[in-house]
Design a protein. Sequence first.
Length: 286
Amino acid sequence: MDEKDFALLHALKEHNNISRAASQLHLTQSALSKRIKAIERDLGCSLLVRTSKGVRFTPEGELVLQRTDHICHELSRMRHEIESVQDEVCGSVSAGFSINYAQTRLPQLLAEYNRRYPQVQLDIKVGHSRDLIKQLQANQLDVAVLRGELPWDGARWLLTEERVCVARAQELADTPLEELTYISHVTDSAQTTLMLRWLREQKLADPQRCIRVAELNTCMSLVELGVGWALLPEIALESFRGSIAPCTFASGEPFLRRMYINAHQETCELPQIRAMVELIQDGYRG
């Protein structure tokens, strides 16, 4: 087995589906199935069982996943330790950025980082914070800019705090919220809890009309079109021309959405990762 096989097994674990795993790995289903059979022959055991709901790992397969997790982590540490002894800032950085950060700041960040440290190889991923934290926990990322209170026991720096606001089209500014359609968007569980708390305090927890969408940007677009109102963070409202009202809880505490830089404790002192963290922080100073 090699690192490509480790990635193959973990893609299967993530998706529980051969077709989706093959797509992620840029393989045909046939090629992926053949490789699984070769790994099983090499190890002398069955790793997967196929069910009507996808694939599931056998007990032997779960053990292999645990061991390959450890091997991947050790290989990553070895590579980073080798890179850290070099004088020049070089090597590689695998970084993840939340969608909102990526839309407003990522191009400028990457351009400046590449200008300063052209020898560093960058592997950049953009996605929902709830997905990126899983990749960080699985050692697939070195550092990530994430929004919300997500579980993490490594290094973490508070980047910014933004107000959560009631946003609606200007022509709806004087209409009571209970008479309008509430447009909600999928977010992490901690933020969902805070949103429900605010809605209950405002007696808006059971709206008569509600639209639920997966993407914050879709939610924002519906608000701009005058479909209804939504709870949106300030970062998404920089170009919004409608009515914006910051939210406050009944206790007087402002409703905030925090953004953090998260990194692995053992790798955050590597020159190339430290440089990335410092450049991200510089973008919010002054």
